[in-house]
Design a protein around this ligand. Structure first.
Ligand code: NCD
Length: 360
């Protein structure tokens, strides 16, 4: 595995310079936003902004050249998987996708054995989506690789939370304090809502959530948000709204209102958008059901920042993958975390060759 990019990168290399700031990369995993300090989130947002600018100029980096990322999605996904794949390629990593349907899991192999097999092929980061809450954390404890949670049951979806924060950072020009986000819909099954709440709380944003009683458990408020009784109550005076899809696949369908009834009682419509503050925006994690949780004209309307969320998703995932690898490098070889010049003196010749330090 070549680490030449690490040692040969000039100190001024923007965004790629994370290797030279040991404290910037504190964990080789990204499992949740709950409890994550604001400073860490800010670093990822800053790096995400740089990656987005590069992507717009079609100027990608090779900070993860020689590294491999495995996408292991045990649940369906369009935007999250595509965006992780693009992100990994845009920072120069190799990408391998594990398709659970066609894997040995259908022959009875456990999740851990399957993932250990993939990681044994020198995979550096495993990006995992699984229907069970805690699956990513479990793998992180046992795999010799960085693990990124791409959604675990109804627990968390941290990269979605980060891309939502980056989007709100853009819209609010970095001023989060005193802002209010309304989250409306299927709270019970939403990992997106949980990550958003944890991330936004770190920035002093208040969240007011609402949903049909069968999908809005009272204890949801213990996450640190306020529960409203109606969509109107949640949205009036808000700075942004995030409607959530009703996750029919995760529930007994009899608990869910019909799509028509749902749209009438809880749908984010143009009239309801008008209740928010002037300039307030409409988000949606996707996939969206037009004219159910969100009216079609709102999806395509001037207040919608849904496309920007998607763009930001790819950018923030570049930052997340770099962070995981940097932290892993620092753990595996603490010398890589010190000054480059000191490192060169500390290495013996074979190590220098191994890490590309002698390349002239
Ligand atoms: C969400 C998910 O899978 O958690 N989508 C996403 O990742 N952007 C939300 C959903 O499925 O409704």
């Amino acid at each position: 595995m070549s680490r030449s990019a690490v040692l040969s990168a000039p100190a001024s290399y923007d965004a790629g310079d994370f290797h030279f700031h040991g404290s910037a990369a504190t964990s080789e995993h990204l499992l949740a936003l709950e409890g994550m300090p604001r400073i860490e989130i800010e670093r990822m947002i800053e790096a995400g902004v740089r990656h987005r600018e590069r992507a717009r100029r079609r100027q990608f980096t090779d900070t993860l050249r020689g590294r491999s990322v495995c996408l292991a999605f045990f649940e369906d996904s369009t935007r999250t998987r595509t965006s992780f794949e693009l992100a990994a390629r845009r920072v120069g990593a190799e990408v391998v996708t594990l398709f659970p349907q066609g894997s040995s899991m259908s022959k009875g192999e456990t999740l851990l054995d399957t993932m250990q097999t993939v990681v044994a092929m020198q995979v550096d980061v495993a990006v995992v989506r699984h229907r069970s809450a805690g699956a990513a954390a479990y793998l992180a404890r046992h795999l010799d690789a960085g693990v990124v949670n791409a959604g675990d049951g109804a627990h968390e979806h941290p990269t979605q939370g980060l891309l939502d924060l980056l989007t709100l950072h853009d819209v609010w020009r970095g001023r989060f304090e005193g802002r209010r986000l309304a989250i409306v819909g299927d709270l019970a099954h939403s990992r997106v809502a949980r990550s958003a709440i944890h991330g936004l709380r770190a920035f002093g944003v208040s969240v007011i959530a609402a949903g049909p009683p069968s999908l809005a458990p009272r204890d949801f408020a213990t996450l640190g948000c306020t529960l409203a009784e109606s969509v109107e109550e949640a949205m009036v005076g808000a700075d942004a709204v995030m409607p959530l899809r009703v996750q029919f696949e995760r529930m007994d369908r009899s608990l869910a209102p019909s799509p028509r009834q749902y749209a009438r009682d809880w749908g984010v419509t143009r009239e309801r958008v008008a209740l928010m503050k002037h300039g307030a925006v409409v988000m949606h994690p996707g996939p969206f059901n037009r004219d159910v949780e969100i009216a079609s004209d709102v999806v395509d309307g001037a207040r919608s920042v849904i496309a920007r969320q998607v763009e930001n998703g790819a950018a923030i995932r570049c930052a997340v993958l770099e962070r995981c690898v940097a932290a892993r490098d620092a753990r595996l070889d603490p010398l890589l975390d010190s000054e480059p010049v000191e490192r060169l003196h500390a290495f013996d010749t074979p190590a220098l060759v191994r890490y590309g330090g002698l390349a002239s």
